[in-house]
Design a protein around this ligand. Sequence first.
Ligand code: 8OZ
Length: 364
Amino acid sequence: MTSKTLFEPYVLGSLTLSNRIVMAPLTRNRAGVGFVPGDLAAQYYAQRASAGLIISEATQVSEQGQGYQDTPGIYTQAQIDGWRRVTGAVHDKGGRIFLQLWHVGRVSHVDLQPGGQPPVAPSAIRAQTKTFVNNTFVDVSEPRALELGEIPGIIADFRRGAANAIAAGFDGVEVHGANGYLLDQFAKDGVNTRTDAYGGSIENRARLMLEVTAAVVDEVGASRTGVRISPVSPANGVSATDPQAQFDYIVTKLDELGIAYLHVVEGATGGARDVAPFDFKALRDKFKNTYIANNGYNVDLATTRLREGLADLFAFGRPFIANPDLVQRLKIGAPLANLNPATLYGGGSAGYTDYPTLAEADRA
Ligand code: 8OZ
């Protein structure tokens, strides 16, 4: 045991973070025309710049990669320019920010897809889940299976997204390999029934996530690359018969790529930590760089895990929404404000940039 605390600086690759608390990626559906993040987004992220590291909301790498209304992209010049204002505002406050690179795969709707086409997936299996489109929650559309010849284009989209993110001033990028989106769909056998090089064996199912990560590393460098996984999360209808073997393999290979961090959703995303038996320590032991732990942490649990050497950084998601000064509140043991679920997804400043800090609340 050591006496490390969450509130001390931490060196992540070439960056020094001011503390060990990470703002997890949070989808807020407030991008403007052209899926460009606007001034409110810059204000929202800057308000949360006291996090040791911010990971942006999931950001699609292509039109095809979009699954919900008004989520931002990172494939046009206007999007790069919009994000540059966000990164500038965060850096001006002394914060650090990575962009999360996203392709939703089958979790989409024809109304969001180029030419009204079906969403793409490893296999033509519809997700039992809903998406938010045309201002309402609807069932996702029936997907089609990606052809083998389309896979290089998907990898190229992630590569371009990574390059664009660096051009927009991000400190690095996180590959979204979690929560039942495209890369997690390929990794999990309940959803991937392919018989080519991207399905069947553990190695084949891991291939897309690893090839995408290798391309991103090649583009922006391993020290600016992280990957998020959720081995046992049933999010968006995925399932795996042997997640331990699947993710032991994936993490071994991610370690070989030398990426800066591994970000693990431990349990069901936003739900029970013990949804299924899984040895997360086995992943930690296979990965030598930074391990970011996520899901239902509080200061006590995070500090215990830190001192046991089970994680280096701790990502908090929903608590950051209503507590822009979450780090300070956790540090002094102040009460946390509750978020308003009605303003989570979509809308304007209400429930986005109007949650006060403790000091602002005291003055009011
Ligand atoms: C909530 C609503 C829409 C998307 C994830 C990107 O779960 C998401 C997401 C979360 O990773």
